[in-house]
Write a protein that binds this ligand. Structure first.
Ligand SMILES: [Zn+2]
Length: 423
């Protein structure tokens, strides 16, 4: 057994999923809390005084003294492109020097660079480089992450990426949720025959992915100049017909119709939404679509604006947060940084941001029955924060003292030293 006792502040995020409207900020704090787990499953989470004695007296119990820190659920990052090859840091320097993404793309940079490198990389290379990124995410408190293909844009490379994701899922602690995203971009050699590429995605990629059960979700970049609402609808419906659940990149660079597509196809999540129009918000609410917001992407792309998070929450749309880790503008692996931007740039309360990073992220990935809150029966996935829970958004300070995944301490600082615990 693993028992954390006398926790300074425990926020379990228990109480149903998804959280929307006023329920998104209704997260009670348990002072002097306790969490107990048997193996990977939680047995108890609540006030320390209610902790059953039998859970503290078993001979193999490890007790962690929680007086110096707080405990929240492990973070669920519902939108990443963490698997890629190549290096675009020179582009970053150029963008900071004033070059626009359009200029860089026109010179053959941008996503094309990543596609070329990812096609050339071996499955082993992709596993090795992505493992490093997942370890970074874990150190920032992420215990479950979605991860997409989409830098292959041909049948062989898309399948190679998904096979590499499958291997990583069993080789490191972060639980991975795989998404097929062959419709991430139109490859260069299809730019003048785009319908041929849509057909390749629908007729060859989706059946191959489904036949080997390589992905759980199908995603499309619905945007002016990428995939139209009509093409996005066809691709997502084709995926759904093969058992791949829909999610979508929507209204990121303009009001391009993605939020309405999400409602029509019954997507679990529409992501980005910087330019979501009022009718898109209403369509999402009526269809039960989660808004997954990626404020770090808007920040690093210097878009000068963020998704209307307050309007979404006030309209009753459940809001989730994710990092959008990617080789272009996704420089931060940190869910706490996404939460920071959600609070200070999008007007969320800390509790709303925490629910967005945990239980609503879990719901956006259809994992809310097993992760996203600290409740008996769920996985023991937790973040130990030095101080109060809100200290987790002190960007740059090492406030994550420990991360527990499936009942095992998988990351810790000296604060969570074995010498400070009793058995
Ligand atoms: Zn994305």
């Amino acid at each position: 057994l693993l028992v954390i006792r006398h926790i300074r502040q425990l926020i379990t995020c228990a109480g149903g999923a998804p959280r929307s409207g006023a329920d998104q900020r209704d997260l009670p704090i348990v002072h002097d809390g306790a969490v107990a787990a048997d193996g990977e499953r939680i047995l108890f989470a609540g006030p320390d005084k209610d902790l059953p004695v039998s859970l503290t007296t078993a001979p193999d119990t490890r007790v962690i003294d929680g007086r110096a820190f707080s405990v929240v659920p492990g973070f669920v990052d519902g939108h990443t492109h963490a698997m890629f090859a190549g290096d675009r840091r020179e582009e970053l320097r150029r963008r900071l020097g004033g070059a626009s993404y359009a200029e860089i793309a026109a010179e053959g940079g941008g996503i094309v660079t990543t596609v070329r490198a990812t096609r050339a990389a071996s499955e082993e290379d992709l596993v090795a480089s992505t493992r490093v990124r997942l370890a970074e995410m874990l150190g920032c408190g992420t215990t479950t992450a979605e991860i997409k293909s989409g830098y292959g844009l041909d049948v062989a490379t898309e399948l190679k990426m998904l096979r590499a994701i499958r291997r990583l899922a069993s080789e490191q602690p972060v639980d991975l949720v795989p998404t097929f995203m062959g419709a991430h971009e139109i490859p260069l050699d299809y730019r003048h025959r785009r319908e041929d590429y849509v057909r390749l995605v629908i007729d060859e990629m989706i059946p191959a992915v489904a036949a080997d059960h390589l992905a759980e979700w199908c995603d499309v970049f619905c945007e002016t100049g990428v995939f139209t609402p009509e093409e996005s609808t066809r691709i997502l419906q084709a995926g759904a017909g093969r058992g791949l659940k829909p999610r979508i990149h929507a209204d990121e660079l303009g009001a391009s119709g993605g939020s309405q597509v999400a409602a029509v196809v019954g997507a679990r999540s529409a992501d980005h939404l910087i330019f979501v129009p009022g009718e898109g918000i209403r369509a999402m609410r009526d269809a039960g679509v989660v808004a997954t917001l990626l404020p770090a992407a808007a920040f690093y792309l210097k878009l000068g604006r963020f998704a209307p998070a307050r309007a979404l929450i006030d309209a009753g749309v459940p809001v989730a947060l994710a990092t959008d880790v990617n080789p272009g503008g996704g420089f931060s692996p940190s869910m706490p940084f996404a939460m920071t931007l959600a609070c200070f740039a999008m007007g969320l309360t800390f509790e709303e941001a925490l629910a967005a990073a945990t239980i609503n992220g879990a719901y956006s990935l259809d994992r809310h029955d097993s992760v996203g809150s600290l409740e008996p029966g769920k996985l023991m996935d937790a973040v130990l924060v030095a101080g109060d829970p809100i200290d987790v958004i002190r960007v740059g300070a090492a406030t994550i003292a420990g991360v527990i995944k499936r009942g095992k301490v998988v990351f810790q600082t000296s604060m969570l030293d074995p010498r400070s615990s009793q058995t």
